[in-house]
Design a protein around this ligand. Structure first.
Ligand code: NAD
Length: 243
């Protein structure tokens, strides 16, 4: 029970990696606020997880909505210890074809959303005497990726914000870390053609795509007291892909 009696807000918690993280955190003893725009999937997951989970409709691009998700942790579970900034989208196109709308949409969710949720969470974490913030980066932040100008910019930005907040918030007992998944078998990735997926498996030393549980395990570790002296880092969970 690595997370016994902890309270977490998990953005984008209704499906994929976020869903696996909600399930893992509850198994490890935490209570979770599932903060997502996907009402049906979020409510269904909360029902399946029982008393230790609540779904709150949350759009991370909206400051009031982000604050509402953090407040829900206080109202339902009496405090806030952990935020997992997991919500993310893609709108892929090569540089020549990318529209301003595609660029802005990804910046708003993946970068501004992380900023808004963290800003809303920090006073609650301080009130608790400390906590852990976990941000979803990606291995593409290190190496770039064809057709992902907008997405790569956000993930590199998330790593920069992680380091900045680790410096700003360390003295308050708040640790801030990022996880950079490789290619994980979620809806985001399974829309990629099978031929491309085969190529990705071929480039991965461990020879497979990752599973959402692999990322959830990294979040659980970094959120737990076992990681008490880890802050400002970005942990690659990628089967060796970036090698
Ligand atoms: P996913 O598409 O399966 O799930 C994303 C979730 O975010 C969905 O439930 C969606 O409803 C929610 N969401 C979207 N916009 C939102 C908003 N404005 N407010 C609140 N919630 C919103 O994605 P995933 O594959 O599980 O990825 C989760 C995170 O991990 C993302 O940040 C993604 O960039 C990152 N990541 C994923 C992979 C991968 O291979 N799947 C690799 C690297 C990084």
């Amino acid at each position: 029970m690595m997370l016994d009696n902890k309270v977490a807000v998990i953005t984008g918690g209704a499906q994929g990696i976020g869903r696996a993280t909600c399930e893992r955190f509850v198994r490890d003893g935490a209570s979770v606020v599932i903060a997502d725009v996907a009402d049906e999937a979020g409510a269904k997951l909360a029902e399946a997880l029982g008393d230790k989970a609540v779904f709150v409709h949350t759009d991370v691009t909206d400051a009031d909505s982000a604050s509402g998700a953090m407040q829900a942790a206080i109202d339902h579970f009496g405090g806030l210890d952990i935020v997992v900034n997991n919500a993310g989208i893609t709108r892929d196109a090569t540089l020549k074809k990318m529209t301003g709308d595609q660029f802005d949409a990804v910046i708003n969710v993946n970068l501004k959303g992380v900023y808004l949720c963290t800003q809303a969470a920090v006073p609650h974490l301080e009130a608790r005497g400390g906590g852990a913030i976990l941000n979803a980066a990606s291995v593409v932040a290190h190496n770039g990726n064809f057709g992902q100008t907008n997405y790569v910019a956000t993930k590199a930005g998330v790593i920069g914000m992680t380091k900045t907040w680790a410096r700003e918030l360390g003295r308050k007992g708040i640790r801030v870390n990022a996880v950079a998944p490789g290619f994980i078998a979620t809806e985001m990735v399974l829309t990629v053609p099978e031929k491309v997926l085969d190529g990705l498996r071929g480039k991965t030393p461990l020879g497979t795509l990752g599973q959402p549980d692999d990322i959830a395990a990294a979040y659980a570790f970094l959120a737990s007291d076992d990681a008490a002296f880890i802050t400002g880092t970005c942990l690659n969970v990628d089967g060796g892909l970036v090698l």
